[in-house]
Design a protein around this ligand. Structure first.
Ligand code: 5GP
Ligand code: ZN
Length: 113
């Protein structure tokens, strides 16, 4: 989707600080970090959000959940980390492309996104 911010980041049309990439997954640092480590992990293909996960694409989501701990290890998040995916307006989803926040680097409060 050419008008999707995260699709444009995957395409390199908008710069980002990449931390991981493979054939199907891209990860980059959040522009407004809510914790010392704040990384967004996204599928390269456009999926609008958790509601867009289906039997046809759920293997990709499973792969993302293999990538997430590998990124956390590479980032040295030995004390643990949080994985968040906001779905829809009530959850505060602002970018309609499926993404998983990795938050860590300090003890997190429950209020933190
Ligand atoms: P959401 O609120 O949809 O769960 O998360 C969207 C995230 O994308 C926010 O944490 C926001 O800071 C981040 N974000 C928005 N625009 C950009 C951008 O242009 N570059 C990067 N790296 N992150 C962005
Ligand atoms: Zn997209």
């Amino acid at each position: 989707m050419s008008d999707c911010l995260f699709c444009r980041i995957v395409a390199g049309e908008i710069p980002s600080t990449k931390v991981y990439e493979d054939d199907t997954v891209f990860a980059f640092r959040d522009i407004a970090p809510q914790a010392p480590t704040h990384i967004l992990v996204i599928p390269k293909v456009h999926i609008p959000g958790c509601d867009g996960v289906t039997a046809e694409n759920s293997a990709l989501v499973a792969h993302i959940f293999e990538v997430i701990p590998a990124i956390a290890r590479a980032e040295g998040l030995t004390g643990g980390y949080r994985v968040v995916s906001n779905c829809g307006p009530d959850a505060g989803q602002t970018v309609p492309h499926l993404h998983f926040h990795i938050l860590g680097g300090k003890p997190l409060t429950l209020e933190m996104a």
